[in-house]
Design a protein around this ligand. Structure first.
Ligand code: B3K
Ligand code: ZN
Length: 857
């Protein structure tokens, strides 16, 4: 199905270089909330012959003056529309010239948090992807790279920008960034901030000053972020040979931020939830995420900043690679096996869901209406999977060789996916033409596997197929690395893992000389982002769950046992004995890693059960899915009550809280046991744990367990009394209530929360907490009467007028709407059409809802 364009579409095939070369940018800011003056000087020269000079910049810029080489431009040569300013070629001198503009902007009125805005009295910026054009007139595209010299005038005590400090004092600070960069990496921060400081000496002996800037009083919650930064700097030197390249690295935490964080050169700006942490306020998951995101933004210094993207179609060049790097970092810092399983869970929950619905697109899209809608799981997470496959195919040594060549060849460039693949071709001698389809084709391939055993020879036959996605009806075969191991009947590994390289639509691989028929462990390590379609009985699944030496494949076998039971249960068939039995064996196995066991104890999410049913051609019934999942959990709890109780008692982590992986793993196993036990003890243990725990991990987990039982109001109140003034804890308070509510209560609870004075909905974290919390309650959001859809649509409409990026992002709650029954579909379509029909709807939300509507009409 193709997009119905309702607004201008950007096409990859339209790319042409900017007709001017920009050799330096000088910016001078005089900060004031309602009228910040920005004086910009651009040293420009025509690339070939002189054409009209078109700069990005819209209605929010009040133009005060415009001059070339000091002479004011004649108004007859200047024209403006809603998005650009054009200076006629006739007014431009031959050779180089300096364009000077002076504009006035209104940061206090900037509720979209794009460009320069204020967050609780702190001036800050967000320029990726196209925010710089809200600050000044500029060629706001990633392939226009130059050095920046920035002057900031303000009475505020801390004035920061990119690069190295030149001077500061008397209300004026100057910064110079010697590394050419596109405008999307520009940043400015000004405010009353305090630093937690440290330093790092790079491998070549350069001392770098490190600061994490927070609000006064928050310094004691910034230490973990600093530790994470230092670990990241060291890891990038050790593993990728990448060294930091400025005298100072600043991180600033702000409360109003549209996403997690931003990699501005030398001045990363973070959502405060990804910086601030203390045991009383942050969970183990928060700590792990802080470590990962600090690393991610730091790693962008090379993969994103030193080498950036030629245009926004190439976004996965920097994002896929940087996610791949941060995943490897976390694997090295914690448990690689557990991290891999968690990454696959995220990929399936977010990217497979995207790939199977109306918003499917390739990691390198070739068209978009609003680029901010393409910061997706496909660009990020699938982009990372594609790099993982590349590494698996060429091997570790050749991967390292190719990366060295990439950094050597493209340092200072705005590069493309073709450049990236060429580096691998040149470094390894491989032809990657077929591999490129992973970048250009949308959709998740299904990989069907059949086995044939004949006299000591095992043949595996694989058939790949990828369904049509919007705009892409046909999908040729891709190269798929399939990691396979063979396990003998006694549970021993017969042969180590081999990577089979599939290139045809159907292909067979044989293993001969085998004494007995082995059990196949397929797609080890989740070696490719595909859906494996394999007929397997529960006995074989249980065998792999007990014996597979590959942690992912072992976990997957357990998940398949659970999933197949849930699919049956959701359709009213009795099932689950095999799973319940296998879980008993796992509970008794004290040798398995605690975090791994915790992952195995968690049943597949309701959304993923719905996805599986839909893939089987069955219309998912959210209430039946909820009942099936609760029923299976109850059965596990009843059958293994004693084992679970003793596990719960044995896994208590004593002593002062530490967020390290081993302690977090123990807590996660204990919480998994607690969740199951609550099905039979009425939440008694959870209530006690909430009252006694001194860390937020256990308190939040206990609270969620109580809420799922329809209890927990005293605990909610206690949390509010203690942390009502702490934004980050209150965000959790707002999200957990609709998320963990019984489905029949979820919408009502969300409605009540939305009425509260402290539902500060213009704050992206608070909005996401409430709306995202409801959307995460599968049966609650998909309430049969459509109330979840209506509530969400009402708030998306309200948010769109204030912050289009957030509204568009949250609209993905609807992305699976067309897989449900007719009545739900009608309700959902009504909600989407109500949004689409709104006058003045943003380009962001319009693109999203029209793509979602298109799939069902
Ligand atoms: N590059 C930013 C994301 C910008 C999103 C713009 N809508 C953060 C990151 O991926 O590191
Ligand atoms: Zn990134």
């Amino acid at each position: 199905m193709s997009l119905t364009p309702t607004q201008p579409v950007q096409l990859l095939s339209d790319y042409s270089p900017y007709p001017f070369v920009l050799s330096q940018t000088r910016l001078d800011f005089t900060l004031s909330p309602r009228g910040t003056r920005v004086v910009t000087e651009l040293d420009l020269a025509a690339r070939n012959q002189i054409t009209d000079l078109v700069l990005d910049g819209g209605k929010g810029l009040t133009l005060e003056s415009l001059a070339i080489n000091g002479t004011t431009l004649d108004a007859a040569h200047v024209s403006r529309d809603d998005e650009t300013l054009t200076i006629a070629a006739a007014a431009l001198p031959q050779g180089g010239f300096t364009l000077q503009t002076q504009v006035l902007i209104d940061p206090a009125d900037n509720t979209a948090f794009e460009g320069l805005y204020q967050s609780g009295g702190i001036f800050c910026t967000q320029c990726e992807a196209e925010g710089f054009r809200h600050i000044t007139f500029y060629p706001d595209r990633p392939d226009v790279m130059t050095t920046f010299h920035v002057t900031i005038r303000s009475d505020l005590p801390v004035l920061l920008s990119n690069g190295n400090p030149v001077s500061a004092g008397n209300g004026v600070a100057e910064w110079h960034d010697p590394w050419p960069k596109p405008a999307y990496l520009f940043a400015l921060v000004a405010g009353d901030l305090k630093a937690v400081s440290d330093s790092f000496t790079t491998k070549s002996g350069r001392k770098v000053d490190l600061n994490v800037w927070v609000r006064p009083g928050d310094q004691d919650r910034a230490g973990f972020a600093m530790e994470s930064l230092i670990k990241s700097m060291k890891w990038d030197e050790d593993v990728y040979g990448r060294e930091y390249d400025l005298d100072v690295f600043n991180i600033v935490a702000v409360d109003d931020f549209n996403m997690g964080a931003m990699e501005n050169k030398g001045l990363n700006i973070f959502n405060s939830k990804l910086v601030l942490a203390s045991p009383e306020t942050a969970t183990d998951t928060d700590y792990e995420r802080i470590e990962a995101v600090i690393a991610h933004e730091y790693f962008h210094n090379w993969t994103g900043n030193r080498i950036t993207c030629r245009d926004w179609f190439q976004l996965c060049l920097k994002e896929g690679l940087t996610v791949f790097r941060d995943q490897s970092f976390t694997g090295d810092m914690r448990s690689a096996a557990v991290k891999r399983i968690e990454d696959v869970q995220t990929l399936r929950a977010r990217q497979f869901r995207e790939d199977q619905g109306p918003l499917a697109h390739p990691p390198r899209p070739d068209r978009y209406e609003e680029i901010n809608n393409f910061y997706t799981a496909t660009v990020y997470e699938k982009g990372a999977e594609v790099i993982g496959m590349l590494k698996r195919l060429v091997g570790d040594a050749d991967y390292a060789k190719a990366l060295d060549l990439y950094f050597d060849r493209h340092d200072g460039d705005a590069a493309t996916i073709e450049d990236w693949l060429k580096v691998f071709e040149d470094a390894t001698g491989r032809d990657l033409a077929q591999f490129e389809r992973w970048y250009t084709d949308a959709g998740t391939p299904t990989l069907k596997m059949t086995e044939d055993w004949n006299d000591g020879t095992l043949s595996l036959t694989f058939t790949q197929s990828t369904p049509a996605t919007p705009g892409q009806p046909d999908k040729p075969a891709r190269v798929i690395p399939i990691a396979v191991g063979l396990i003998g009947p006694n549970g021993d590994e017969v042969a180590g893992t081999q990577v089979l390289e599939m290139t045809e639509p159907t292909q067979s691989f044989t293993f001969d000389g085998l004494a007995t028929r082995p059990v196949v462990s397929a797609l080890r390590g989740f070696s490719a982002p595909v859906m494996l379609d394999r007929q397997m009985d529960n006995a074989t699944r249980a065998f792999l769950f007990a014996h597979d030496t590959d942690p992912f494949a072992r976990w997957e076998a357990g998940r398949e046992l659970a999933m197949s039971a849930l699919v049956d249960l959701a359709q009213g068939r009795d099932a689950g004995a095999g799973y319940v039995h296998a879980i008993g064996a796992l509970l008794s196995d004290g040798t398995a890693d605690a975090a791994f066991r915790a992952l195995c104890l968690a049943l597949p999410s309701e959304d993923s059960i719905a996805t599986r049913l839909a893939a089987l051609g069955i219309t998912p019934d959210p209430d039946a899915i909820h009942a099936a999942r609760s029923g299976l959990a109850l059965r596990v709890a009843e059958t293994h009550q004693d084992l679970l109780a003793s596990l719960f008692d044995r896994t208590e982590v004593t002593g002062p809280y530490s967020p390290d992986a081993a302690s977090a793993a123990c807590r996660s196993l204990r919480i998994a046991a607690l969740g199951l036990l609550a099905r039979i003890d009425g939440g008694q243990r959870a209530k006690v744990l909430f009252g006694t725990a001194s860390n937020m991990t256990e308190r939040m987990a206990a609270l969620a367990i109580l809420l799922r039982l329809g209890k927990g109001s005293a605990e909610l109140q206690a949390l509010y009394d203690e942390f009502g003034g702490n934004r980050l804890v209150m965000d959790k308070w707002f999200s957990i209530q609709p998320m963990a509510a019984r489905p029949e209560d979820a919408v009502r609870i969300a409605e009540q929360l939305a009425q509260r004075d402290d539902f500060d909905w213009k704050n992206p974290n608070r909005f996401r907490s409430l709306l995202g919390g409801l959307a995460a309650n599968h049966a609650g959001f998909h309430a049969a009467d459509g109330s979840g859809y209506q509530f969400t649509a009402d708030w998306l409409i309200r948010m769109d007028a204030v912050n289009p990026q957030i509204a568009a992002r949250m609209s993905t709650a609807f992305e699976t709407w067309s897989r449900y029954d007719d009545s739900r579909k009608t309700h959902a379509l009504n909600a989407l059409e109500r949004i689409a029909g709104l006058a003045g709807l943003s380009r962001n939300t319009r693109e999203m809802v029209s793509r979602m509507i298109a799939v069902g009409t």
